[in-house]
Design a protein around this ligand. Structure first.
Ligand code: QVM
Ligand code: CO
Length: 469
């Protein structure tokens, strides 16, 4: 694997728990709580090879901080998908870009089944009151114990077949707000609220749609859900019947443009629809109201090529090709400005620095005006730096180190912080030279290193998670 990011696609099988990681520098005394992360860790089951980065079986990672020390544990998410794969020695669930090999008999059988889905929660960690959830884009988030990382079954079922792994927290009630797509003869987009105590989902908005767009996240302002339909869309009947893996049922239809809909968080009524140029994004960064206008920030790609770039065959090639003749598609921080009474959207690039895996000071700035975005920037082959962008002027500062590949940086505010960027960033960094990973703690304002803690194995390229005190 040399010194390339390819190491991050090598399987991790070990499950370990260490009370004390060796630390260099000094962990802040105020940093108390856990960084919880999820992501794929193996892409081969028996003889079956999974095809896409997003397909791998989920593994949980936990770094727990107290008194200037940090412990580490990791464990496969003990989901139905995982147990079945283990038991049968092959893939049995339908994943993002890989379907299990099934007999005709099983195919016909699963057509009539409502449970032909997956609970492989490899995308993000959700918090629901005092429950922790491993989430993917199916309807089935899996609860787990944050100390032992033991799975405790499906927490609730989303009101649709598809959902997102990027819920928002309702500031007023602590409820989880999320999106679902209900597919059928008549399909609809839905927004739902999950009560923090009872974990019961309740639909708050339902909007009919013929061909739903691929939805990885959504925006939220004080009064609105923000639904951005990028023109990567699916025919629901096709998804059920085609026999193709999930994402290969989606079609890029740039002629549709990007459609943005505002939906009232209280009444569920549509408050406005807007048309923008055809773009593609996984991640909303933040949204807020500015007088009568609504500002919606996303990490936008020119089209959906990035999904193709992340097939494992292609990804190995991109990571190996240091000349970068054929690079991973880049996203840019992009702002949509919506004005009442005008259906056209003003689109503006907030920074020329490519950035993905965006994070903000959520506690302070979600649904509000804000200034700083942290995330990952990329070199030719893979994400190889941590960035802090000042969206007031588009300037950026960076952290990087040779042969090192940092994952999504999570902002943790200083408990007495006054400034938006007062706190630390936590990121798991893959060190390709040493073939191990480390937890990196940066000053979020300056991106100067404060401390790092060494993990004895490599942690494969993963997606998201968060910090909980
Ligand atoms: C069926 C299905 C799945 O940035 C990271 C993004 C990751 C996205 C992932 C891992 C998305 C996975 C989506 C596995 C969809 C599965 C669902 C939800 C409904 C069924 O009707 C069809 C099984 C393909
Ligand atoms: Co995501």
């Amino acid at each position: 694997m040399g010194r390339t990011a390819e190491l991050g696609l090598r399987a991790l099988h070990d499950e370990i728990a260490l009370d004390d990681l060796p630390v260099s520098g000094e962990l802040p005394g105020w940093l108390t709580g856990s960084l919880l992360r999820t992501g794929p860790a193996v892409w081969e089951i028996g003889g079956d090879r999974l095809r896409h980065w997003f397909d791998g079986l989920a593994m949980l990672h936990r770094f727990a901080f107290s008194d200037g020390r940090v412990s580490y544990a990791n464990k496969f998410l003990d989901s139905e998908a995982y147990r079945a794969a283990r038991h049968k020695g092959r893939l049995t669930s339908r994943e993002f870009a890989t379907d299990p090999c099934r007999s005709i008999f099983q195919r016909v059988q699963s057509l009539f089944s409502t449970t032909a889905t997956t609970d492989n929660g490899n995308v993000n960690i959700g918090v629901l009151g005092d429950r922790f959830l491993a989430m993917t884009e199916s309807a089935l988030p899996v609860e787990f114990d944050r100390r032992t990382l033991k799975a405790a079954g499906v927490a609730y079922q989303a009101p649709g077949q598809l959902s997102t792994a990027h819920p928002h927290r309702d500031r007023a009630t602590g409820a989880m707000l999320n999106y679902a797509a209900k597919l059928g003869a008549k399909s609809s987009y839905r927004f739902f609220r999950v009560d923090a105590e009872t974990a019961r989902p309740e639909v708050v908005a339902s909007i009919p749609v013929r061909e739903p767009a691929y939805m990885h996240s959504f925006g939220l302002t004080e009064h609105w859900f923000v639904l951005a339909e990028f023109p990567l869309v699916v025919n629901p009947a096709g998804l059920a019947l085609s026999g193709r893996p999930f994402i290969e049922n989606y079609r890029w239809k740039p002629e549709r443009g990007t459609r943005i809909t505002l939906i009232d968080r209280e009444t569920g009524k549509v408050g406005g629809t807007f048309a923008a140029d055809p773009l593609f994004a996984f991640h909303h960064v933040n949204s807020h109201e500015d007088g009568d206008e609504v500002v919606v920030d996303v990490c936008a790609f020119d089209d959906a090529q990035v999904i193709k770039d992340l097939y494992l065959d292609r990804l190995h090639g991109l990571m190996r090709d240091s000349a970068g003749a054929d690079a991973l598609q880049a996203a840019h921080l992009t702002r949509f400005r919506l004005s009442p009474g005008d259906s056209s959207v003003i689109t503006e690039r907030l920074s020329e620095e490519p950035l993905e895996f965006p994070r903000i000071n959520t506690g302070r700035c979600q649904e509000r005006p804000y200034r700083y975005v942290w995330g990952n920037g990329q070199g030719s082959g893979w994400f190889d730096r941590i960035l802090k962008v000042d969206i007031a002027d588009g300037t950026a500062i960076a952290w990087s180190e040779p042969d090192c590949f940092p994952a999504e940086p999570v902002f943790v505010p200083h408990p007495e912080g006054v400034e938006e960027d007062e706190g630390v960033l936590l990121s798991i960094v893959l060190d390709a030279k040493r073939e191990t990973s480390y937890l990196l703690v940066l000053d979020a304002a300056t991106l100067e290193q404060i401390a790092r803690a060494e993990v004895p194995h490599h942690i494969p390229h993963h997606f998201h998670g968060g910090f909980t005190s």
